[in-house]
Design a binder for this molecule. Structure first.
Ligand SMILES: [Zn+2]
Length: 329
């Protein structure tokens, strides 16, 4: 594997708490020898497991960015047995811009693994994370939310990957995290996701979807922070016995027919709210066409029975935009 061109200011082998930048070479008109600063915190002590914590994979998803920033401040080396490697703004250019994909190369970090050492900035970040960070980790967190266009119920997510933790083990970690919902996604080979990257290293990966709307919901950030601590407690690097036990998790599977897409370009009016139970064929909402005022609105229907776990929060839609998605009990 080609060596990463991203250089890290801190030594990940060194015990203690350290912060620095992963320097991504970026030579442009305004900065000939410049680099982009990806913040990295390492907290290392003792011989326990190494956990990689990522947020800002998508730059418009903020609950995880804030939760990891708080954890990085609160946890000291003495609190840790093992190592925490924390990247609160994993795709830094996207997170800096508050956008899902990077404004400098349109890269979607969660579609680009295993990346490319000499590719676009986003490809270089994916390659750095997969080779330099996952290569030394025993477990990966990748904290997501709905971002600018979606809003989610608070949930952990897990993708079935061959050779990894069994469904029972994944559910046990999701129960420890304690978000009210646990979404079990089918494996999607070739997706370029961090799940696939973790699977290549033979390590488990847990994700989240916690709210969205380009906002930080304090209650969901609380769930995220306590959840990360409880999972770290279960894995070993920190003590989390003092945290209250979480409520039971409702596990739902997410399949292809759970997704409802816009069938026309117009203005969508959604008729169901997050957490609702719906049946196949139920009306999800209507697309209106103010530009052609006499055109009848187009109803959109659910394709399966399930619970609404995700909603689009932008009224304007185009053919192919996801309007809702369900989880199946
Ligand atoms: Zn995301």
């Amino acid at each position: 594997m080609e060596k990463s061109r991203i250089s890290l200011e801190i030594d990940l082998e060194k015990p203690g708490k350290h912060v620095g930048y992963a320097r991504l070479p970026y030579s442009v008109n305004r900065s000939a020898y410049g680099w982009l600063p990806i913040p990295v915190v390492s907290i290392k002590n003792g011989t326990g497991k190494t956990v990689l914590l990522l947020a800002g994979t998508h730059g418009d998803e903020f609950e995880g960015q804030v939760a990891l920033t708080r954890l990085a401040q609160e946890l000291q080396a003495d609190d840790v047995n093992g190592q925490l490697i924390i990247l609160p703004m994993a795709n830094f250019p996207a997170a800096k811009a508050g956008q899902r994909v990077s404004p400098i190369d349109q890269g979607n970090l969660n579609r680009l693994y295993p990346g490319n050492a000499s590719g676009t900035p986003s490809e270089m970040i994916a390659h750095f994370i997969e080779t330099e960070l996952m290569g030394r980790a025993d477990f990966v967190f990748d904290l997501h939310s709905g971002g600018a266009s979606l809003n989610y119920v608070p949930a952990t997510t897990s993708v079935a990957s061959t050779g990894l933790a069994s469904e029972e083990q994944r559910k046990s970690l999701m129960s420890a995290f304690g978000a009210p919902y646990g979404l079990m996604f089918a494996s999607a080979p070739g997706s370029g996701s961090s799940s696939e990257a973790a699977a290549r290293h033979g390590i488990p990966r847990l994700g989240t979807e916690l709210g969205g709307r380009s906002w930080v919901h304090p209650a969901y950030r609380d769930i995220c922070e306590a959840g990360v601590r409880r999972v770290l407690g279960q894995l070993g690097p920190i003590q989390a016995d003092d945290l209250p036990l979480p409520p039971p998790v409702k596990f739902l599977t997410v399949e292809r027919d759970c997704f409802v897409y816009a069938t026309a370009s117009g203005v969508f009016e959604g008729h169901v709210s997050l957490g609702s139970e719906v049946k196949k064929g139920d009306c999800a909402g209507r697309i209106y066409f103010p530009e052609t005022p006499l055109r009848a609105p187009e109803p959109v229907h659910f394709l399966a029975d399930g619970i609404v776990v995700c909603e689009r929060v932008l009224a304007m839609c185009e053919v192919g935009d996801c309007l809702y998605h369900l989880g199946k009990a």
